[in-house]
Design a protein around this ligand. Structure first.
Ligand code: GCW
Length: 856
């Protein structure tokens, strides 16, 4: 029984144990017992809306350790943020301890405040900005719990820190906790378009915008800001970096003010992404040349007006000369020219310009072996070091390409000494399963942040990325962390109930990059699912394994994700990255695979690192296996440090990865009854889907490299599917075989599709021995239709479903491929398995294969 269940059950027992009751008490007893009953059978629905701020009632016996927590809150001072702090404290204490705190303001009623023990919220300017301290203090004979902040935000963060401890049953008896954020910039960016869609967003439509305006109802924005504040995030750019210039028009300003007002109460500074051609596109100028005085004046005037209404605007984010966006190169000006003209307009108001280093040519000539997209950020920004104004921050993606399953750290982090920098991490899972797959990214981020760039003049000193971005190495005034969040209107923000762990982890690492992924995952799980040790261990273990598992069944050894680069960025599509200008090449051919990026024989990218790092990557002998193919082109027979050949590693890792996800499903099933039914079923369905999709990935990659290399799998698995029956070989009525491109994205390169509105059937007569079997059906679930399927066993329906998942697929292929398993079927020779598919709209109820696997 979980804590809530216990609480309600005990309360129910207590109330009915009171003998004859007054009516009010009787009603209370009935209500409490009703809740007790639904909790006990585990059906209290949790939609994930509260994230990690659930404040559920603590087990009364456990809550006893908080008996000495004062029942009065005293706030010294007044501001929107302090008011939020006080209200949040009351909300949390009421939720968890069932106690209504009395509120006193020190200014208004100092005598009362000094008499009772209190939780005191106060600013102490001796503390660093945004830092917090929680400790007991003895004022006279009274013990008060003081939550002090270096400023209002620090107080708010202190309140959240206290509530976090209470939710996780940490003792407060001797609390003396001082925390200071690692870096001043801890921001999120949301790539929301003004029309309400979100670029690379997988949790529903925008919470900010709809139909080219800010949404009338901003209650979700308030909830989001509260979640952000609770983990120390202090800025949020709310619109897509592929920015619509309208966001800066005078008529849009009143709408931004509405968002800023909500953010302000939570200490989150509003920011916007701006288009550098705005002076021309919305300002009526004939140019946007950053060195043209009329352009400089336009930016100044515009921001004077914005700051008059939003004095705490955090600043702007700029994406220019990238992926088709206009930029200073139009006038042969540099990114520094473009950044500085805006920075000068923001400077008097304390605003920051985040200029993204994601500037590259996506029309690179792939035939030239010296070309390399990985070099772009450093090539563009390193020569400009020292030319950026002090309120400019270069926002650098963690790797040199683009959020792949694994990349080395961007060499630009050590390529700027006289320029502020921030690391950009992607919370939204663009290349890591789009929240259909569970992939907890903290272990990857942690590796990046801890990576020693050897950037100090004395190269013996440790200069990890976390110190560079915090400005500690080169004594920069400002810098830090930016996470691409892309939350949406889905009740639980990011669609997958386990995905919010990534937002939590991003912020925890930004606050304290020395915390470990284990600590973060444990904390998040306790707060989100409760403190049942089975639940905490299982979910934490699963989260911590998930990134390497995903890497295993997608693109291992630094090949990048091997996904559909020119399309969805979701399922496998190995050749999509080749022979085009996007530059995400892995150069696989018949003999070998990998990009030679060495100085000696390759693109020279390795030379962008400081010598001690370059030395590691330049040599095959010292490059770690997991990045081998990012830096070197080798034959498939090349032997890794693990003693495996590259090709055998490809086979093994994919089979292991798929098997690991199957284990996730079993692990999750063990939590039935320990987790509320709504989230239990949601996660189970997603993990089962993921386990199937991992097999789709496994087969596509293994079949492709088997054919390409001609080298068999030592273990005989790749290319052999003994229990599989191709749909095109079944007895078909109405269904027609179709070729699938690329061929490896369907078993045997073919599927069957139905074009008859009345439906089609595919039948198979079972010829194996009598026994128990699991039947798998691989069907294609596109988003442009909702086909219906039925499975009949010797004339009797045994299963039916509708293919209505929201996968990013509009055609037959690996993005749509979904495995459905019907377990425990008793089959006899001669039994007929018949699948009926009824197409819908543009989705042809397509099938790839069935598998009949013996089961004990
Ligand atoms: O990863 C790519 C995405 C684009 C994105 C771009 C960027 C906002 O595929 O959708 O555009 O990165 O970071 O600018």
């Amino acid at each position: 029984m979980n804590t809530e269940a216990k609480y309600h059950a005990q309360e129910c027992h207590r109330l009915f144990g009171l003998g004859r009751m007054r009516t009010r008490l009787l009603i209370r007893a009935v209500v409490v017992c009703f809740f007790a009953s639904i909790f006990v059978i585990g059906i209290r629905a949790e939609d994930g809306h509260e994230g990690w701020l659930r404040y559920v009632p603590l087990d009364p016996s456990a809550a006893k350790i908080y008996a000495t927590v004062p029942r009065v809150v005293v706030v010294e001072g007044d501001s929107p943020v302090l008011r939020s702090a006080q209200q949040e404290l009351s909300r949390g204490i009421r939720g968890m301890l069932g106690v209504a705190l009395a509120t006193q303001s020190r200014n208004a009623d100092s005598s009362a405040a000094s008499h009772a023990p209190a939780i005191v919220l106060a600013v102490d300017r001796n503390l660093a900005p945004e830092s917090l301290r929680i400790r007991w203090s003895n004022a006279g004979s009274k013990k008060s719990l003081r939550i002090t902040g270096g400023d209002d935000r620090g107080v708010l963060y202190g309140v959240f820190a206290l509530l976090n401890k209470i939710a996780r049953l940490e003792s407060l008896a001797n609390i003396d906790d001082t925390q200071k954020p690692s870096a001043p910039v801890r921001w999120v960016n949301d790539w929301d378009n003004l029309d309400g869609t979100i670029e690379r967003g997988y949790g529903g439509r925008s919470i900010f915008f709809d139909a080219d305006n800010v949404r009338p109802d901003l209650s979700r924005v308030n909830d989001y800001a509260r979640l952000l504040a609770s983990i120390g995030i202090n800025g949020c750019a709310i619109n897509n970096v592929n920015a619509n210039p309208r966001v800066l028009t005078p008529e849009f300003l009143p709408q931004l003010i509405r968002v800023a007002d909500i953010f302000r109460a939570w200490g989150v500074r509003l920011a916007i992404a701006v288009d550098v051609s705005s002076p021309m596109r919305i300002g009526g100028l004939y140019t946007f040349d950053p060195l043209d005085p009329s352009v400089a004046k336009w930016w100044r005037d515009r921001f004077d007006e914005v700051y008059a209404k939003i004095p705490d605007l955090g600043g702007v984010v700029v994406k220019a000369d990238s992926e088709g966006r206009l930029g200073p190169s139009t006038y042969h000006r540099s990114p520094a020219d473009a950044a500085n003209v805006i920075a000068k307009a923001l400077k008097p108001h304390g605003g920051l310009v985040f200029y993204r280093a994601f500037v590259y040519n996506h029309h690179l000539d792939w035939r030239d072996p010296k070309n390399d997209r990985a070099k772009a950020a450093y090539d563009n920004f390193h020569p400009l070091d020292g030319q950026f104004d002090d309120n400019v921050i270069i926002q650098i993606k963690h790797g040199p390409i683009d959020f792949q399953a694994r990349e080395p750290v961007s060499p630009l982090f050590s390529g700027l000494e006289k320029t502020n920098e921030a690391i950009e991490l992607q919370i939204t899972q663009e290349y890591t399963g789009q929240q259909h797959h569970v992939v907890f990214l903290a272990p990857m981020w942690k590796e990046v942040l801890d990576f020693d760039m050897h950037a100090a003049p004395d190269s013996a000193a440790n200069t990890p990325v976390k110190d560079l971005v915090a400005g500690k190495v080169f004594h920069r005034p400002v810098g830090g962390y930016v996470g691409i969040a892309n939350v949406g209107l889905d009740a639980n923000w990011l669609a997958h109930p386990l995905a919010m762990a990534n937002l939590y982890a991003f912020a925890r690492l930004a606050w304290n990059p020395d915390s470990t992924p284990e600590q973060i995952a444990t904390e998040w799980t306790q707060l989100t699912f409760g403190d049942d040790p089975t639940v905490v261990q299982t979910i934490t273990g699963l989260q911590l394994a998930s990134w390497r598992t995903y890497e295993n069944y997608t693109g291992p050894l630094g090949t990048q994700t091997l996904t559909d680069i020119t399309g969805s960025h979701y399922g496998p599509n190995i050749e999509s990255s080749e022979e085009n200008g996007w530059g995400q090449w892995h150069r696989a051919d018949e003999k070998g695979i990998g990009m030679d990026r060495t100085v000696a024989t390759g693109t020279g990218f390795v030379g962008q690192y400081r010598p001690p790092v370059a030395k590691i990557y330049e040599s095959l002998a010292t490059t770690p296996d997991q990045l081998l193919l990012f830096f070197h082109h080798v034959p498939y027979t090349y032997e890794l440090h693990s003693r495996k050949t590259v090709i055998q590693h490809i086979y093994d890792s994919h089979y292991e990865g798929a098997a690991e996800v199957a284990e996730f499903v079993d692990q999750w099933k063990s939590l039935q009854g320990h987790v509320d039914a709504q989230r239990f079923n949601d996660v189970l369905a997603r993990l089962e889907y993921q386990a199937g999709h991992a097999i789709v990935w496994r087969d596509a990659i293994c079949n492709y490299f088997l054919k390409k290399s001609g080298i068999p799998d030592d273990k005989g698995r790749a290319g052999h599917f003994p229990n599989r029956i191709e749909a095109e070989s079944m007895q078909l009525q109405g269904y027609e075989p179709v070729d699938v491109t690329p061929w490896e994205n369907a078993s045997a390169g073919k599927a069957v599709a139905c074009k008859q509105t009345q439906g089609c059937t595919a039948s198979y007569k079972f010829t194996g021995a009598e026994g128990n079997y699991a039947l798998v059906i691989l069907y294609f679930d596109q988003k442009n239709g909702e086909s219906k399927f039925r499975v009949m066993l010797s004339g009797k329906e045994i299963n039916r479903w509708t293919a209505d998942a929201q996968l990013p697929a509009t055609k037959i292929g690996a993005d749509a491929a979904t495995r459905r398993t019907i377990p425990n079927l008793h089959l006899r020779p001669g039994d007929q398995i018949r699948i009926e598919g009824i197409p819908d709209a543009d989705e042809p109820a397509a099938l790839d294969y069935i598998e009949i696997t013996p089961q004990n």
